[in-house]
Design a protein around this ligand. Structure first.
Ligand code: ZN
Length: 269
């Protein structure tokens, strides 16, 4: 099943839907409220009439750093012995087709194409005999956009990872997917920059979910960015960046240099 969030043309409000071919069937409820129904309701609307929104509105975005050996090596970092976690602000979220804005404060913004996990059920302190994948609603594509210069300068990751528009996600959530060996590819202006397989992760998806759940409660709609393969590189004004995950689809965003803030005019004072 392919689950999207869209602006319902009849109510002008956000709704969830199931995409089938060129149609969208409405789904009742809300993922973040934990009451999303996967029962399709009639009638459908045309996909071309539904403006797609980011498929999730997470309470948090938990990211795994250095989960691919070659990527850790390209940044000169050792491999962690346990998953290295950090957070992105939920206000970074944008959807397929939205702009990635380059902030004036950074001179080096980079793409990180990743497989993202969408949590479907609340989970907390998962015991060893519980299957973490049973708490997953599905998977989507994510671009963990990073101001690399600020990440290095600040030592920790918060600011460099959390500028507005720094988390393109989508275009939709795919259910019933086995995450253990999927191709993850990032292209800039059609040129392949990153290409890896999730089978190369140091810490597989199930391990990561169980590990995170020992520290914090994962809520329905929360996102886990599972780490990026080697090949991270700069994003420049006008670039079109695509993250494609096998079995899901392609997340496409255009990059724009953020226009300078208008200077306050003295005559207005
Ligand atoms: Zn990342």
């Amino acid at each position: 099943m392919r689950i999207c969030r869209f602006t319902d043309p009849s109510t002008q409000r956000p709704a969830f839907g199931a995409i089938e071919g060129s149609e969208v069937f409405r789904l009742e409820g809300d993922l973040s409220a934990g009451n999303l129904s996967l029962e399709r309701s009639e009638p459908s609307i045309r996909l071309s009439d539904a403006r797609l929104l980011p498929p999730v509105t997470p309470s948090k975005i938990v990211c795994v750093g250095r989960n691919y050996r070659e990527h850790a090596a390209e940044l000169g970092n050792p491999m962690p012995l346990e998953p290295l976690l950090f957070l992105k602000a939920p206000s970074t979220i944008v959807g397929d087709g939205d702009l990635i804005e380059l902030p004036e404060l950074s001179r080096r913004v980079e793409h990180e194409g990743e497989l993202a996990v969408v949590i479907g059920r609340r989970c907390r302190r998962l015991p060893p005999d519980e299957d973490p994948l049973a708490y997953v609603l599905g998977y989507t594509c994510l671009n963990d956009v990073t101001a690399r210069d600020l990440q290095r300068k600040d030592v920790q990751f918060t600011r460099g990872k959390s500028f507005d528009t720094f988390c393109p996600v989508g275009p939709y959530i795919v259910t019933g997917l086995d995450p253990s060996d999927l191709k993850v590819e990032t292209r800039v202006n059609g040129q392949v920059r990153q290409s890896g397989r999730t089978s190369a992760m140091a810490f597989p998806v199930a391990h990561v979910i169980r590990y995170i759940s020992q520290a914090m409660t994962l809520e329905p709609g929360d996102l886990i960015a599972t780490g990026t393969p080697a090949g991270v590189g700069p994003l420049l004004d006008g670039d079109v960046c695509e993250v494609e995950v096998e079995g899901i689809g392609t997340l496409r965003n255009t990059v724009r240099a953020r226009a300078p803030e208008p200077k306050e005019s003295l005559t207005d004072v």
